[in-house]
Design a protein around this ligand. Structure first.
Ligand SMILES: Cc1cc2nc3c(=O)[nH]c(=O)nc-3n(C[C@H](O)[C@H](O)[C@H](O)COP(=O)(O)O)c2cc1C
Length: 148
């Protein structure tokens, strides 16, 4: 089976660090690859089977700079068919901003629009994400192992 791809969109390192921490938590029985979204051609998604996106939100609900190309690709790729893909999204943000975790919400929506299937509901985290992600990741790991 192909690896589980973990792609991160991050401006100041929180989502980047979390992506690597989750990568370590999932590794073992599962083969895992962690990538900077800015260093991976979005076309690669066509060959993926299982994808986790870890992203923060910036500006007025925008993705971090390194995630903007992936966001546009998923939003505007009209012929894109991702029915082969299972995915999950974990979003980091701050409810102080009006568009809380918007980049994660948008990735979730555009992946669904292209036919990808969510493994579990998206997790939206605030500044206490260190306490919020472990249970969700345990559930994700168990779902991924079941689908082996
Ligand atoms: C200038 C600025 C704009 C931000 N805009 C948003 C936003 O629109 N929505 C949101 O939920 N969080 C927003 N945040 C909060 C970040 O997404 C949050 O701090 C996150 O943990 C940063 O993760 P990163 O280090 O991976 O980029 C903003 C933070 C800054 C500094």
């Amino acid at each position: 089976m192909k690896p589980v791809f973990i792609l991160w969109g991050s401006q100041t390192g929180n989502a980047q660090n979390l992506a690597h921490t989750i990568g370590e938590a999932l590794a073992g029985e599962l083969s895992v690859e962690v990538h900077d979204m800015g260093s991976l051609d979005p076309e690669e998604i066509r060959g993926m089977e299982r994808l986790l996106i870890v992203t923060s939100t910036y500006g007025d609900g925008e993705p971090p700079d390194n995630a903007s190309e992936w966001m546009s690709f998923l939003k505007f790729g009209e012929e894109l068919n991702l029915s082969h893909l299972q995915f999950a999204v974990i979003a980091l943000g701050d409810p102080y901003y009006p568009h809380f975790c918007q980049a994660g919400k948008d990735f979730d929506e555009f992946l669904r629009q292209k036919g990808a299937r969510a493994l579990l509901p998206r997790l939206d985290c605030d500044r206490y994400y260190e306490e919020q992600y472990p249970e969700w990741v345990r559930e994700l790991k168990s779902l991924l192992q079941t689908s082996l």
